[in-house]
Design a protein around this ligand. Structure first.
Ligand code: HEC
Length: 114
């Protein structure tokens, strides 16, 4: 095997090893950091924020408390372009982090009672 092939094998092994080291379900703190950069322009990303900067964008708390909302549904939403928004490129890790963060809002905050 040539050296470059080995490098490829090693990097594949290294990548495959990552989920074992990292938090299996995504890191919500990292997700929040990414969401601040990428999503907060349009979405209310924190439980205390009652209104999204862009009125049509659901708040993350609303997403989290949507009945039947699951990591799978969020994952689909994040890998398909959504209305009026440029497709963002997230690594799988960033995506998992954001998903973990959104779902964590469900436990931490009850929907703000109006
Ligand atoms: C440019 C503004 C904008 C940005 C940036 C943005 N969104 Fe959205 N998002 C929207 C709007 C508007 C909607 C409502 C879209 C619709 O009705 O189809 C939405 C809807 C959603 C939905 C629900 C989708 C569905 O299919 O029901 C999810 C989940 C979501 N956004 C997550 C995110 C996440 C996570 C980020 C950051 C990685 C993000 N959005 C960044 C504007 C934005």
């Amino acid at each position: 095997m040539k050296l470059s092939a080995w490098a490829l094998v090693i990097s594949i092994i290294a990548m495959a090893g990552q989920p074992l080291r990292a938090d299996e379900r995504g890191d919500p703190e990292r997700g929040l950091a990414v969401a601040r950069q990428v999503c907060s322009e349009c979405h209310a990303i924190q439980a205390q924020q009652l209104q999204s900067p862009q009125a049509r964008a659901p708040t993350f708390l609303a997403l989290a408390t949507t009945p039947g909302m699951t990591a799978t549904a969020l994952s689909v939403a994040l890998t398909t372009p959504h209305a009026g928004m440029p497709m963002f490129r997230l690594t799988a890790e960033q995506r998992d982090g954001i998903i973990a963060y959104i779902l964590s809002l469900k436990q931490s905050g009850s929907p703000p009672g109006k």
